[in-house]
Design a protein around this ligand. Structure first.
Ligand code: NAD
Length: 438
């Protein structure tokens, strides 16, 4: 369903009224397109403190030209990784205060920090301060601008993350803190085609006959993957339509069926590079009115089958080294939601799974495990939500609008990227910095 308020707010009377009445003022978000992968304006590279990061070669790969002081920068990177004490934080203010007003609409601000040092509470305090700073600035900037914090020690390992966060692909990701590990797990047979980084790889997306899953399959196919479109047998026709359009294959299978994992492994004898657990259902009721079958079915589809399939595919060696698992959590699992005790429990469970499995999967199988946590995304599911609740869901975030399936898909594609091997165990919200669970 179209967001009419967003269109109205962009008209002259809409701008006047929203300003006078203090109403949310959403700006149309700039999203990625092949003919304009990054907007004009250039990238401004600032440093606070003394940094040991070698950023220049990595920033050159983002596609942005260096900012040449004319016009408005489209992207700003503030390297604050070297700040070790409270006094150093003054340099954060000094660096960004003069430029924050000039950042282009839909511009990107990325703050770089360091992991907290357990042996130095002054460094930890200063570095943690960057988190509150980033989240607050993300709430102030408006105009479709986003602000995110990346904690890193090795610039090269963070290249795919910086490319994503500094591009229009991250239009609905704001106020996030992402930790990037020190060592990039080299993915074998990495594609040298930067436009099709997943060329030669196979990606399976569950629940891909429609909605977010369809967008994920489309985006991974755009990036070169051969996609396997898995959905329930009742949705086989839609799954085939999606698979045919993307040159992939359809796999009609209920993910909760006995032996679903081994059946996937048998259907893909050459193995799998990317596994996206996207299938999910809601069966909302307050706990007091919730029958056991509603509880069971949601936990079964959203969590138990994810655990079983993951275990089966890892045990069968079906996920190749350098493989990627991306599971779908939700902000409901972070904030909680009335009427969704079952759904929120299942989605919080995904977060637990990711955090616990990530180090083992990487060490034992060379596979990363991450989650996306969507906020309010415009799909058939959210179009069915009653008007006032839908409006609240759309506006209660820093970008004052709902996200699109493509926003979750782009985030998944970044996590699935062969160069994202140092991103592991992360739960990345795609929620426009929703106030829920913030
Ligand atoms: P959707 O209902 O449009 O699509 C879900 C797909 O999963 C459907 O095609 C469905 O047939 C399939 N599916 C359901 N049960 C299955 C099973 N047992 N086996 C195989 N396939 C099955 O939902 P969506 O809005 O696209 O959501 C996709 C994911 O994102 C879900 O995990 C959902 O919980 C999550 N999510 C969505 C939002 C949102 O705002 N739309 C917000 C947070 C999280």
């Amino acid at each position: 369903m179209a967001d009419r308020y967003l269109s109205f707010a962009g008209t002259a009377p809409g701008r006047f009224l929203t300003r006078r009445l203090g109403l949310p003022r959403p700006a149309p978000l700039l999203r990625w397109s092949a003919d304009r992968p990054v907007p004009d304006g250039g990238l401004l590279h600032l440093t606070a403190g003394t940094s040991g990061l070698d950023l220049a070669p990595v920033l050159a790969r983002t596609g942005h030209a260096p900012y040449d002081t004319t016009g408005r920068p489209a992207a700003v990177v503030l390297d604050a990784s070297g700040i070790r004490d409270v006094e150093g934080l003054a340099e954060v203010h000094a660096a960004l205060h003069p430029v924050v007003r000039s950042v282009a609409t839909s511009g990107r601000i990325v703050v770089l920090g360091a992991p907290l040092d357990p042996a130095d509470h002054h460094q930890a305090a200063a570095q943690q301060a960057l988190e509150g700073f980033t989240r607050s600035l993300a709430k102030e900037t408006g105009g479709g601008r986003t602000v995110n914090l990346v904690r890193l020690t090795d610039a090269r390992a963070a290249a795919s993350t910086l490319c994503f966060l500094l591009s229009p692909k991250s239009a609905y990701v704001s106020g996030q803190v992402i930790e990037v590990g020190a060592h990039e797990t080299a993915a074998p047979h990495a594609s040298h085609d930067s436009d099709r980084p997943l060329a030669g790889r196979t990606a399976l997306v569950t629940g891909a006959a429609r909605g977010i899953g369809e967008a994920v399959a489309e985006t991974l196919a755009r990036d070169g993957a051969k996609v396997v479109v898995l959905d329930v047998p009742q949705a086989e026709e839609d799954a085939r339509r999606v698979a045919d359009r993307l040159g992939g294959i359809a796999l009609p299978l209920d993910i909760t069926a006995a032996g679903a994992g081994p059946r996937i492994a048998r259907a893909l004898p050459d193995g799998l590079d990317v596994l996206v657990h996207n299938a999910g259902i809601t069966r909302d009721r307050r706990l007091v009115n919730m029958p056991a079958d509603r509880w069971r079915s949601v936990l079964e589809v959203n969590l138990a089958s994810v655990l079983r399939t993951t275990d089966a595919l890892l045990a069968a060696g079906a996920l190749k080294r350098g493989g990627r698992i991306v599971a779908t959590a939700s902000i409901a699992g972070i904030a909680g939601n009335a009427g969704q005790t079952n759904y929120a429990a299942s989605k919080a469970g995904i977060t637990g799974l990711v955090r616990s499995l990530a180090p083992h999967a990487l060490a034992g199988h060379g596979v990363t495990v991450n989650a996306v946590a969507p906020g309010f995304i415009e799909t058939k599911m959210t179009a069915a939500v009653p008007l006032l609740i839908r409006e609240a869901g759309r506006r209660m975030n820093s970008l004052a609008q709902g996200g699109l399936p493509i926003d979750v898909a782009e985030t998944t594609a970044w996590l699935a990227h062969p160069a994202s091997g140092a991103v592991n165990g992360q739960v990345v919200r795609v929620c426009g910095q929703s106030l829920l669970g913030a």
